[in-house]
Design a protein around this ligand. Structure first.
Ligand code: SF4
Length: 405
């Protein structure tokens, strides 16, 4: 068996789905229809979070041969190779109760896949929180951590070919809490720094209260950790945060942000923000706008709220009209663009460390894309002098050519 170059020429297509928003569901349905239309002879196996949430809905789609929940992802090879059917594998749908899963299960990462220079290493799965809008805990189960030794070994392997590794998880800051020995996320970072030769570690996203002083001080004092802090905010209104069942209020969030910015004034600081959560009125939305305007964010990921079946928020009778949700999303995206442009302008004249990507571009430690002024080898860490700020990215300073006559 070998990997086909694309779905159109494959005998078997395994589609890993997301279900975090209704548009993620729509994308998955669209992908299944396209695969079946372009390659009707291919067997199609659908797995991931949508499969875990609504297996029957997916099994009813034309062209789907198997639906395998997150609970049985590691059994996919056995399922497609026709392991004798047992009580467990009783037909097209293979699914179990993910809430019983206590083990961290993920294939080892040995490559950077689509992005040739920055492999993404998942070190934590699941979430034990219960935010009222979120489907993730019901499809991924409780928080589980990859063992420290296996992470260090994988990072060491990746360090032989890559300069930057991104550590990721569903609730990354909870890494270690389920492992013996009172381990916390900073322990993992220290072990990676001590026992591997990786040149840059990037931390993908950590919930506000897990950005501890210990973690931020470690980042601030360690040049091998990218100065990039992603802190999900969701709302700048305490009333909305309360209805979301978030575990912090704006003052807690602001204190972590202030500490981060004080320690690392040039760090890239991003946040996830949700618009149109049930009951969000103009006053609450404007609180969010003001909160963001007054703080040193350098980019936002803005999500329009969408009802996820089975969640507490989906049952609210105060759903915000879709058109208003979208209007608010547009306002925050415009604010994000402005803040990002200000940050880019502030970087002009600086020399920033960046990892080179394809297409003559590079990604700085503080999460800005730079257009290079000359071709450079891909997958190197280089110092780049910033000459100008364009929309959404920086430009490397062009070197003046002095021609002797
Ligand atoms: S912390 Fe994140 S993943 Fe966990 S329930 Fe809340 S939004 Fe979902």
């Amino acid at each position: 068996m070998c990997a086909a170059p694309d779905a159109a020429s494959a005998d078997l297509v395994v589609l890993n789905t997301c279900t975090v928003t209704s548009s993620a569901d729509a994308d998955a349905r669209h992908a299944i229809r396209r695969i079946h239309r372009e390659n009707p002879n291919a067997k199609v196996l659908v797995t991931g979070c949508f499969a875990q949430r609504a297996p029957e809905e997916l099994a009813a789609l034309e062209g789907v041969d198997w639906v395998v929940g997150n609970s049985h992802k590691t059994q996919i090879a056995r399922i497609v190779l026709g392991a004798p059917r047992t009580e467990e594998f009783h037909g097209q749908i293979v699914i179990g109760d993910i809430q019983h899963s206590r083990e961290f299960l993920a294939a080892p990462v040995i490559d950077a896949y689509g992005d040739r220079t920055r492999p993404n290493l998942k070190v934590q799965d699941g979430c034990s929180n219960k935010c009222s809008f979120c489907i993730i805990p019901s499809v991924r189960g409780l928080s589980r951590s990859a063992p420290l030794a296996s992470i260090v070994e994988q990072v060491q392997g990746l360090a032989e070919r890559y300069r930057e590794v991104v550590l990721s998880g569903i609730n990354l800051g909870r890494w270690g809490r389920d492992l013996p020995g009172e381990l916390r996320f900073p322990h993992l970072l220290r072990a990676i720094l001590r026992d591997t030769g990786i040149q840059r570690i990037r931390i993908s996203s950590v919930e506000p209260m897990d950005w501890s002083a210990e973690l931020l001080e470690l980042m601030a004092g360690e040049p091998r950790i990218a100065q990039h802090i992603h802190i999900p905010l969701q709302s700048g209104s305490d009333a909305v945060l309360k209805r979301m069942f978030r575990k912090y209020r704006t003052r807690h969030y602001a204190s972590r942000l202030d500490l981060a910015h004080g320690l690392m004034p040039d760090a890239g600081i991003g946040a996830d923000v949700m618009t149109g959560f049930p009951g969000e009125n103009d006053v609450e939305f404007n609180e969010t706008v003001r909160f963001i305007e007054n703080r040193p964010f350098t980019y936002l990921h803005v999500f329009t709220y969408s009802e996820r079946p089975g969640t507490h928020a989906a049952q609210s009778t105060e759903q915000v009209p879709i058109s208003l949700r979208r209007e608010r999303t547009a306002i925050l995206r415009e604010l994000s663009d402005r803040k990002n442009a200000d940050f880019c302008r502030r970087m002009v004249g600086r020399t920033l460390s960046a990892v080179t990507l394809g297409n003559e571009s590079a990604l700085t430690g503080n999460f800005l894309r730079v257009q290079l002024s000359k071709p450079r080898a891909v997958n190197e860490i280089v110092d780049i002098e910033i000459g100008a700020a364009g929309p959404g990215q920086l430009k490397e300073r062009e070197l003046l050519q002095i021609i002797a006559i």
